[in-house]
Design a protein around this ligand. Sequence first.
Ligand SMILES: Nc1nc2c(ncn2[C@@H]2O[C@H](COP(=O)(O)OP(=O)(O)OP(=O)(O)O)[C@@H](O)[C@H]2O)c(=O)[nH]1
Ligand SMILES: [Mg+2]
Length: 248
Amino acid sequence: MVCARLDHALVATEGQLAAVSPTLTHVAVIIPALNEAESLPYVLSDMPSVGAVFVVDNGSTDGTADISRSHGARVIFEPSKGYGNACKAGIKEAADSGFEVVVILDGDHSFNPQEMERLVTPILMDEADMVLGDRTQSAERGAITFPQRFGNMVATQLIHAASGFRYRDMGPFRAIRTSSLLNMQMRDPNYGWNVEMQLKAIRLGYRVIEIPVTCRNRVAGQSKISGSLRSALRCGLKMMWSTLRYAR
Ligand SMILES: Nc1nc2c(ncn2[C@@H]2O[C@H](COP(=O)(O)OP(=O)(O)OP(=O)(O)O)[C@@H](O)[C@H]2O)c(=O)[nH]1
Ligand SMILES: [Mg+2]
């Protein structure tokens, strides 16, 4: 069941309430999605009972928006292209709707949405401000390509050199307290987004935890980032440039 916090309190029966995790009702899930109509039904069907799901579309041409709505998500259209711009639009919506925690999740079903409670719980227990899903422990064969591994290694080493903090991964599946995220004043329009978030979290003294998550190959549809050498290299270079930029 996907519903807004207030609606949930008004419409749920006692039986339904018992079935709803008390933690995830405070959570807004943001899914940046570009032409993910084939895989989003899997993601949205596996979604646990959260406060709201916002699919942020940047001009998909394959019916992503209609598919998302028909599976209970709210669709936000962001005219400025880019992964980071999509995340920003989702965060604004989550903050305006009063959600305490934001989860960012890919729309290609490479992560298991059922694992998000493990990311969110330390934040709601006030043991962490940001929790990252660490793909390095249990990734399916082929799910993290060589350029991705290389890019991760370089970015984590550069962050370590710049800040002294050693991250294991730069994966996209992550949870963060909404107020902490707003405080970061995120800027990056595309693939420097994760680097910017991770560097700013250190600079702002946030408590960060990395928790192993399952990572598998995309279930369907076309890769936008690491599937081709060209886009993977472009993304890797952007990550490196962003590390130098945001480390200052
Ligand atoms: N709204 C929006 N979403 C994007 C954009 N670029 C990528 N995404 C989404 O970001 C998520 C990650 O992109 P993927 O194509 O899976 O990238 P990847 O994980 O490196 O590559 P795969 O090997 O295919 O899994 C997916 O949900 C994409 O649809 C964009 O410019 N705008
Ligand atoms: Mg993917």
